[in-house]
Design a binder for this molecule. Structure first.
Ligand code: MLT
Length: 411
């Protein structure tokens, strides 16, 4: 008999973005002439930066020649990329990260999804609500969530940290003992951020309560304001309590190319059943080398090129392009009297649905009346009910068109 992992049966519905794609496809098959504008999944639309392309072409040529051909590379990533990351993303901000603390991978989604594997099944997990669904679903799959309560629409054993307009989308510290805390800043989906002082409160809490922060900063490149931390390691002591996830997806147009990295400091300790300390870095290294064979050489050469002078310039203009889209959406919707959040230090705009509509009703209205696909806030958790997310990753033309279409709706 083939017994399945029973935990999978606790998963609710399909993955959010698959559900959205399904509804979009159904609508398109009924309305084949509709010109759909997609501001739903945060997928980039601009091409890869010139510097990246050039580096990738060069790397392809290297692979063609016997003297420079490469087969399996180091699972943790090539040193040229790791050094570029350390110098530019950390040293430049006064943070010391060693090369054996960086793990290059094929995406932050995989890393934030896989990291939980190295922690015990009875770890108590806290997530922000609304939340990037991967954090919750991967813990459900691992049997850490408890049962889904159809009344609260939440899992019994997961601690939800509510983020709503009432608390400026800044969650309170957990009210009960937790072991793992997922934090995402700049936040997906709300687009909101914490100041250094606010983030420090989380680091201090984690230190005082022996918990680990899983800090997803996939959107740090979009930060525009000064007091917003780019890395959790800007906070003193964070290397003792935090793992950080970074991605090239949104920054450099790598959503289809796939490259990211995770920093697991050597200071981080977990405890075995006998109470002895174990280095989390060693466990993640063991997992990574066992289950992953490294990102392709061509991809890593492309990623390293974003740290060259021309690469940096091109990335900056890419970010500015998307952040101008964010301003178009933010200002456009605010001028219609809608309550909008985010979009200042992040490529996501989070809006309160008009007339108290629930999130999916607003999704259907936007799709059918304006042919715009967005993301229903409730898809990110119960605290997202009555909210809606739009991304700034469309083309300028489509972004402006979308705002004009929304302007014509009776809201
Ligand atoms: C999103 O739309 O939230 C992101 O694109 C999802 C992801 O990066 O996996």
């Amino acid at each position: 008999m083939t017994s399945i992992n029973q935990n999978y049966l606790e998963l609710q519905g399909s993955y959010l973005f698959s559900e959205i794609a399904k509804r979009r496809t159904a609508f398109m098959s009924e309305h084949p002439n509709a010109e759909i504008i997609s501001l739903g999944i945060g997928d980039v639309t601009r091409g890869l930066p010139e510097a990246v392309l050039k580096a990738m072409h060069g790397a392809v040529d290297e692979l063609a020649a016997p003297g420079t051909f490469r087969g399996y590379g180091p699972e943790q990533g090539y040193d040229f990329l790791i050094q570029a990351i350390i110098e530019n993303d950390y040293k430049a901000r006064g943070i010391d990260i060693a090369s054996n603390e960086v793990f290059v991978s094929d995406g932050s989604k995989c890393d934030v999804g896989n990291i939980q594997e190295i922690f015990s099944e009875d770890s108590v997990v806290a997530v922000q609500d609304p939340v990037y669904p991967v954090y919750v679903d991967t813990n459900v799959m691992a049997g850490r969530s408890g049962r889904f309560n159809p009344e609260t629409k939440r899992y019994d054993n997961i601690v939800y940290l509510e983020c709503t307009a009432e608390n400026q989308f800044k969650p309170a510290l957990p009210g009960r003992k937790v072991d793992l805390i997922y934090l995402c800043y700049p936040n997906n989906p709300t687009g909101m951020t914490l100041t250094k002082e606010e983030l420090k409160a989380w680091v201090d809490y984690a230190k005082a309560n022996n918990c680990l922060i899983l800090f997803d900063s996939a959107y740090e490149a979009f930060i525009q304001e000064k007091d917003v931390p780019h890395s959790i390691y800007e906070i003193e002591g964070a290397k003792e309590v935090a793992i950080e996830f970074r991605s090239f997806s949104k920054t450099a147009g790598f959503t289809g190319v796939r490259c990211a990295y995770t920093v697991v400091p050597r200071e981080l300790k977990g405890y075995d059943a006998a109470g002895s300390a174990v280095l989390i870095n060693d466990l993640w290294n063991r997992r990574h080398t066992t289950k992953f064979n490294g990102v392709s050489y061509v991809t890593q050469r492309g990623a390293a090129a974003i740290y060259s002078p021309e690469g940096r310039e091109q990335i900056a203009s890419l970010v500015q392009y998307y952040m101008s889209n964010a301003a178009v959406i933010r200002d456009g919707l605010a001028s219609l009297g809608l309550e909008v959040f985010g979009g200042v230090n992040a490529p996501y705009i989070w809006l309160k649905t008009p007339q108290g509509m629930d999130s999916w009703t607003f999704f259907d209205k936007l799709l059918s009346e304006a042919n715009i696909v967005g993301t229903p806030g409730v898809g990110f958790g119960q605290s997202g009910q009555g909210y809606f997310r739009l991304t700034a990753f469309g083309s300028r033309e489509n972004t402006e068109k979308a705002v004009e279409r929304i302007r014509k709706l009776s809201l």
